[in-house]
Ligand binder design. Structure first.
Ligand SMILES: Nc1nc2c(c(=O)[nH]1)N[C@H]1C(S)=C(S)[C@@H](COP(=O)(O)O)O[C@H]1N2
Ligand SMILES: [Mo]
Length: 331
């Protein structure tokens, strides 16, 4: 069954991938199972099988991920291969190099995982991840991810709208923002120990409540039909497809509803370069580089694969959230 969200689907004709190019999750799993019996695997199925991150995940999460339903979400472009999605990452808790997270994040312990819900909510508390997701149907959504560094990917996430989780914990009438905090454990995360990032740990992010409630805003627990690899923010991370990637905070341990705008990591570090809103906007350049185009991965030095950057990363249905706001000032 396909759940259709009308306001989410507006694929552009040039972006449509022929159905045959996109191997469906279940077909892949069957194929993977069959093929491994005979010792032949398509390249990326092999890559997934060889990662093995699923082995350390709890049964309940694997089962829930396996039952995810496809939702058309407007980015039916060619998917960025699994190897790039899981091998080229920003996750400074594990180092600042693009391959550091894939090399180092195996030390992250993701089960059991507890999320503290605090602040302006009727039902605060320490929630096991299983309880937060209980009774919710996971959705598979293909989103573009546009990093502020001017590269981008197309990723098939698995998750639930943040709105469904907020509904469980019931924001009070005073709640105006949602503040998120990542795990910051120097024992598990070598980057947290390192003096080189200048980041005041833990990594923090935030959204206005109406942004948080928007149906595009996802809490992801998987990608490519599997639970999230550690380097992509296991076991539970935010995905806000119309904002620069740094808003999509990983490995979340705390969600706090607040009355005032929360402090956010990149804004604390360089307020002139990274704003609270961070909406993808080709007309507002980063002080040190243009934001009018992006390198779509996979690419290479000789074939950078530049594509034009689109307002709100192509998710123009969010424009009404910012009516009357000067997006040059609120970058
Ligand atoms: N906790 C935490 N979350 C984070 C980051 C980080 O360094 N730490 N990097 C952000 C940036 S800059 C990007 S582009 C995305 C990258 O997500 P991906 O590695 O899954 O593609 O994660 C974001 N979330
Ligand atoms: Mo980023």
């Amino acid at each position: 069954m396909i759940i259709r969200h009308k306001d989410l689907s507006e694929p552009k004709s040039h972006e449509i991938t022929p159905e045959s190019v996109y191997l469906k999750r279940r077909e892949l799993m069957m194929l993977g199972g069959l093929a491994s019996l005979f010792g032949v695997l398509p390249g990326w199925a092999h890559a997934i099988n060889s990662v093995g991150e699923d082995a350390s995940r709890p049964r309940w999460l694997k089962d829930q991920v396996a039952k995810a339903k496809e939702v058309k979400s407007g980015a039916d472009e060619s998917l960025t291969p699994y190897q790039d999605v899981t091998g080229y990452n920003n996750f400074y808790e594990f180092g600042t190099g693009k391959t550091d997270p894939a090399d180092n994040a195996h030390t992250l312990q993701t089960d059991p995982w507890t999320v503290t819900v605090a602040g302006e909510v009727e039902k605060p508390g320490d929630y096991p991840l299983e309880t937060l997701l209980e009774g919710l149907t996971l959705e598979e959504r293909i989103y573009r991810l546009r990093c502020v560094e001017a590269w981008s990917m197309v990723i098939p996430w698995i998750g639930v709208p943040l709105a469904a989780i907020l509904k469980k914990v019931q924001p009070t009438s005073k709640a105006k923002y949602v503040a998120f905090t990542s795990l910051a454990d120097p024992e598990q995360m070598p980057g947290v120990k390192s003096p080189f990032t200048g980041i005041d740990w833990p990594y923090r992010e935030g959204l206005r409540l109406d942004e948080a409630m928007h149906p595009l805003t996802l809490m992801a627990v998987g990608l490519y039909g599997r639970t999230l690899p550690n380097q992509n923010g296991a076991p539970f991370r935010l995905v806000v497809p119309w904002k620069y990637g740094f808003k999509s905070i990983k490995s979340i341990v705390r969600i706090e509803l607040t009355e005032s705008e929360p402090a956010t990591t990149w804004n604390m570090l360089a307020p002139g370069e990274y704003g609270f809103y961070a909406n993808v906007n080709p007309e507002v350049d980063h002080p040190r580089w243009s934001q009018s185009r992006e390198r779509r991965l996979p690419n290479s030095f000789f074939d950078p694969n530049w594509v034009p950057t689109r307002m709100f990363n192509g998710y123009e249905q969010v424009a009404s959230l910012y009516k009357g706001m000067d997006l040059k000032r609120n970058y």
